[in-house]
Design a binder for this molecule. Structure first.
Ligand code: GLP
Length: 241
């Protein structure tokens, strides 16, 4: 694990965007693994800016997202498909047919996960996967558990996650209780992983992810075993280390 310490969220976002931009410039038909949540928002803003300045071309890029709430359609403002469309896809020249997010409207969890797994097998491992970190150590929506899941599966969201994510919904009862998420195995097979972590509220869990034992109780800790994983974190997020 390589830790890149930056001053603040602005610097974190610039650095992460530069690394993703380098990937796209070096390999125009890259597969980008993308994440939602507030952590990568600044990164996407910078990528849009680079595209607008004529420095980036996404026409050959394919994207695969980590997760989606079960029960939400892409037209739902809180869905991760909507998030990706508004923060990135609708602002760059990507072919929308090449942007993939698990299908939240498929009520049959087995069907939804199998379809996403088949798609991921067809596309192949992402060249670079961007990750945020949940307050309970989750990556994607892989919540603390007694084992690491390999591929896409349906998860029951933990109380911590529901509490953390309720800010995006009108009320707590609107927060879906389940989600479809890429598995830990799929994430670990990505060639390169970039984790963006910001803020004092992530300091304790980041310390566990980096310095604690590798355990499914802290899903992000598995990243210690990835051969090419960089954590970009600001001073506040690194304040416990
Ligand atoms: C969400 C997402 C994750 C994200 C995490 C942290 O639940 N499923 O992919 O990384 O929580 O979110 P934030 O960046 O808003 O703290």
């Amino acid at each position: 694990m390589q830790i890149c310490k930056v001053k603040n969220y602005q610097e974190l976002s610039r650095k992460a965007a530069n690394l993703i931009a380098a990937q796209v410039i070096l390999k125009p038909d890259s597969v980008l693994g993308l994440a939602t949540g507030s952590s990568p928002v600044g990164t996407y803003e910078h990528l849009v800016e680079m595209y607008e300045n004529g420095d980036l071309d996404f026409s050959q890029v394919t994207t695969v997202n980590l997760d989606e709430y079960k029960g939400l359609a892409g037209s739902d403002k809180q869905s991760y498909r909507y998030f990706m469309n508004t923060h990135l896809f609708h602002k760059i020249n990507i072919n929308h047919a090449n942007t993939y997010v698990p299908n939240g409207t498929e009520p049959d969890a087995e069907k939804a996960c199998q379809a996403y797994n088949e798609l991921l097998h067809k596309i192949g491992s992402a060249d670079i996967q961007i990750l945020g970190l949940g307050h309970d150590g989750h990556i994607g929506f892989n919540e603390p558990s007694d084992h690491f899941e390999n591929e896409t599966h349906c998860v029951d969201l933990t109380e911590t996650t529901i509490q953390a994510n309720k800010r995006f919904f009108d009320s707590e009862k609107d927060v879906p209780k389940q989600a479809y998420t890429m598995g830990i195995g799929t994430i670990m097979r990505c060639r390169k992983i970039l984790v963006v972590v910001s803020g004092k509220d992530k300091a304790e869990i980041l310390k566990q992810v980096v310095q604690g034992p590798v355990t499914p109780e802290v899903p992000g800790s598995i990243l210690q075993f990835h051969p090419d994983c960089m954590i970009i974190a600001d001073e506040a997020a690194l304040s416990e280390m």
